[in-house]
Design a binder for this molecule. Structure first.
Ligand code: PHE
Length: 343
């Protein structure tokens, strides 16, 4: 038995030292050790001389020896293959690949989502409506009859084939459509793109984005409006920001107000952005005009409501200190990439 053990040992040694650097040598290795007349087979043949009581043990040695040789062969084979791959076309396949940029959300989408999520937490649902709208839903229903001078506040693009149609100038058309189709209580925010015939500059564009909100129920008061907007400002800009309301005018609200926040750039001390006033306007708001409720078939003796509307670009510019509105629509990746880490 010792002799057999020695033979196994020698074979393993021979296998380990066998030089294989090309395909021919590999084939020679296979024939010499693993072929039908090879050394492993020959060694296996020794089994017939082993006494029966030792067969189990010896069988294990021989089997283990066979596996060793086979595994060594596979190792030699695959290392030969990978050197072949590296050298045939001169490409190192183990190098890392060229990364593909996965992109990210547009800053307007990021801020729109943030704003919408704040109102969602207060129980507001999201409503959307058409960008090409009829005169009634954009103006008439909103208490802006045809000859109303306040129509000049919003320079309108009319559809040339049929001027009864226009590109909505605000997302109030969605408010009109919601009131038309739902009964109070109504609590919605309406994000969307709007269009105005303005000369394009750093501060104005012919399209931009708004988010309007509408809340109608019994006993809704201006105090509810203020509390809702206070919460919104704290959530979006943090606890240090101050808020103030100024009286204003909108045809669809009575009373009407504009809301300012303390300037984020100078903290209220006065700078170029706030025109040295310490305050910047961020939205318009008010109590829904009873005429608007009546227009939509909602009993203005029973129900009251508040509405507000803000420009997403304006808030994004304040939040990220962006000085030119045109950057949002130029699709310059150097600008857009700066927002890629924000989810
Ligand atoms: N629709 C107004 C605008 O576009 C914003 C607004 C909405 C003001 C609701 C008050 C109430 O200017």
């Amino acid at each position: 038995m010792e002799q057999l053990q020695q033979q196994i040992h020698n074979l393993k040694q021979e296998v380990t030292n066998y030089p294989v650097t090309n395909a021919e040598q590999l084939e020679a290795f296979r024939i010499q050790f693993l072929g039908t007349k090879g050394q492993v087979k020959a060694l296996m043949g020794e089994m017939k001389n082993v006494p029966a009581e030792l067969r189990k043990e010896v069988g294990q040695w021989l089997n283990e020896c066979k596996i060793f040789v086979e595994q060594h062969f596979e190792t030699l084979k695959s290392s030969l293959q990978s050197t072949a791959e590296e050298t045939t076309d001169g490409i190192d396949y183990s190098l890392p690949g060229t990364p593909q940029p996965i992109g990210g959300r547009h800053p307007i989408s990021l801020v729109r989502n943030q704003i919408v999520n704040i109102f969602k937490r207060l129980g507001f649902a999201v409503a959307e409506g058409p960008e090409i709208e009829d005169d009634w839903h954009n103006f008439g229903a909103m208490n802006l009859p045809e000859d109303h001078p306040a129509r000049d506040m919003q320079d309108t693009f009319y559809i040339s084939q049929n001027p009864a149609w226009l590109l909505r100038t605000h997302t109030s058309n969605v408010q009109a459509r919601v009131m038309e189709n739902q009964k109070p209580p109504i609590r919605v925010v309406c994000p969307g793109r709007v269009y105005r015939n303005e000369t394009i500059s750093a501060r104005a564009h012919c399209f931009f984005h708004q988010i309007e909100g509408l809340y109608i129920d019994e006993h809704v008061s201006f105090a509810d409006l203020k509390q809702t907007l206070y919460f919104f400002v704290k959530e979006l800009f943090g606890n240090d920001v101050k808020v103030r309301f100024r009286p204003s005018y909108f045809p669809f609200t009575e009373v009407s107000a504009e809301m300012d926040i303390s300037c984020l750039i100078c903290g209220g001390k006065g700078c170029n952005v706030c025109k040295h006033s310490g305050w910047v306007e961020i939205l318009g708001c008010g109590m829904v005009h009873p005429k608007v409720l009546d227009n939509m078939g909602i009993d203005s003796n029973k129900y009251t409501g508040f509405a507000f509307g803000m420009g997403v670009e304006r808030i994004t510019m304040l939040k990220y200190q962006i000085k030119d509105l045109r950057l949002f629509s130029e699709n310059d990746v150097r600008f857009l990439q700066q927002f890629h880490t924000v989810v």
